[in-house]
Write a protein that binds this ligand. Sequence first.
Ligand code: NAP
Length: 335
Amino acid sequence: MTVRIGVIGTGMIGRDHTRRMQQVLAGTQVVALSDYNPDAARAVQKDLVPDAKVYDRGEDLIAAPDVDAVLVCSTGSTHEPYVLAAIAAGKPVFCEKPLATTAEGALRIVEAEAAKGSRLVQVGFMRRYDAGYRMLKQVVDNDIGTPLMVHAAHRNPTVPDTYGTPMAIHDTLIHEIDVLRWLLNDDYVSAQVVFPRKSSHAHSGLRDPQMVLLETAKGIRIDVEIFVNCRYGYDIQCQIVGEEGLANLPEPMSITLRKQAHLQNEILMDWKDRFIDSYDVELADFIKAAALGTAAGPTAWDGYVAAITSDACVQAQESGQIVPITLPARPALYD
Ligand code: NAP
């Protein structure tokens, strides 16, 4: 079966996912596009999918009878209504992160999906599909004994002036929030944020670097350094310390060069290159499940937990306090 996809939001990631589905992945075809800016949708149509229909309204794309499943790749604040409309139509929906920009909005999606009684939503937390993180999970599950501590870092060479202090949580830490919870099979109970000496490369409105300290229900302590003006590269580090050993996320593959008395490895500069393969794998998983009328991978519940945890971290940034994180009962659909 060919899964006929409608893409809402044809900016940077919507265009890239459209290319992926048309040129890389099997079993799927993009048949519909929609964007707030119709010129953006028509440009993607012209460049990648001349036969796709362009809709002025995302709601009409979702309702179209020839659209089997939906990708929501629009601006984050617009995700919730589109995901709710796809659930109401009974269509599988892949939603780029964030699932919603408020925890209340994410909970509305959880409740709508739970009321339908079947999985329809996959959230775009692509690190769970990264080969390195998957290897790390195998080792954490089998080889290092009980996990005790995590040391992680998320570093970007630089960010634009529009990147403010809370974005370090909502746009940057959000990936660690999800992937660490998945790696440890645990939930967070508190968050604290501390600010080291500020980098002179950070613009005046941005506290950079930051250190986020998370505690899990099982008592694991996590420190995540967010440093978005580190200059030297896009660098993702993750080290899990267990009772019987310690495991590190593998570095991206690169040539080791011995030259002029130096031993060198290249470091990536652009975040888009770091998890490029995982985007293919996550969408292949979505298409496979959508062909059966369901969804796989990171759930709406995972998106909701990420939203609650992000809110606690932003509150911790503002207050300097340790902020408790409390989750309501998880609907049986997500067991
Ligand atoms: P982008 O380039 O700004 O594209 C977003 C597009 O959505 C724009 O064309 C925008 O139009 C359009 N749009 C805005 N409101 C809309 C609405 N109500 N209905 C339909 N389209 C609407 O942004 P992006 O970088 O592609 O990011 C899109 C989403 O993907 C964000 O939520 C982002 O966090 C997520 N993302 C995830 C990853 C990842 O690693 N998983 C990476 C990148 C992005 P206008 O320009 O006219 O507003």
